[in-house]
Design a binder for this molecule. Sequence first.
Ligand code: SAH
Length: 357
Amino acid sequence: MISKKLLMVTHSIEQSAQPATEKILLGKSLAELTDWVQQQGQPAYRGKQIYQWLYQKGARSLADISVLPKKWRENLTYYPLGRSEIHYRSIAPDRTRKYLLRLADGLIIETVGIPSAKRLTVCVSSQVGCPMACDFCATGKGGFTRNLKAYEIVDQVLTVREDFGERVSNVVFMGMGEPLINLDEVVAAVKSLNQDVGIGARSLTISTVGLPGKIRELARHKLQVTFAVSLHASNQQLREQLIPSAKHYPLDVLLDECREYVQITGRRVSFEYILLSGINDLPKHARELARHLKGFQSHVNLIPYNPIQEADYQRPSKKAIEQFKNLLKQERIAVSIRYSRGLEADAACGQLRSSRI
Ligand code: SAH
């Protein structure tokens, strides 16, 4: 099921089938491209040329890659590069840019570019929509359509880089979707962003609401990425109320899997905790959370709730937010507050839902 607005748009755009992934050049490594050009009867160095044009120069079509022999290029129309089109862009007063990108099959996804003094962070989607249906998140209210391919994730980063005309320093998998449902493609995208686009592994963040067994599976890839878990509650009952899928994943089991993640990867875990006034932001919740995380090599990011139309939660007062943070600090829990950027463009955490189309 997808939202009505999204349906209208996807139907009004001429729908075409998604091209077969093996034929798409974006997402391929240097070795794969070199093999491919040789299969096409071309010398190996053409692979490197395509590689540089794809990842460094950001080519949008084969015609852009002017170093390739024209005759050969013209015969290659069956091999799309795999770039999306910018369908809509909005810019918030804080310079955050939200993009609606149109994929080859006409579906729309959201990507956000967040500039700061020293960084350009891209918030990427890993799915079209999201099946998790968390009660406070706009993406989940619109339902789920499909997983993204690795190249469709890499494309989002290249698009934002091109639009800002700046190097991308960080990528967070905090747009639409649940990355661990689409683990293989997310891992492939992480590798490509690291090796091909040149973004440091530690500057890539995978954020998940957690699915049984999947955190362990991710750990086994031993990526040196930053790993964030959307906890949002200090006990099982509260978590189930906010996150329907938590019914199948008791809090203790989730935390045990997170401890295993630390053991396997040697990397700490960040916990995200959205603050909802009167629901999960009381002193008793802070103390309960501290008890769970005591001695755990972790960091808590408190995210004051960003309002969405479909839910009537409230953002806590500044005082309540500070109090929650201080209680955790007193218990020696590493904690910071993350105020979202891009609120005015509906581009902040939880607000992505293709609303401006
Ligand atoms: N499915 C993954 C990736 C999405 S990340 C995950 O849940 O981690 C989106 C982040 O924004 C998560 O931490 C999510 O809980 C948070 N978020 C969702 N809705 C929000 C809202 N209305 N206000 C603030 N943060 C929100």
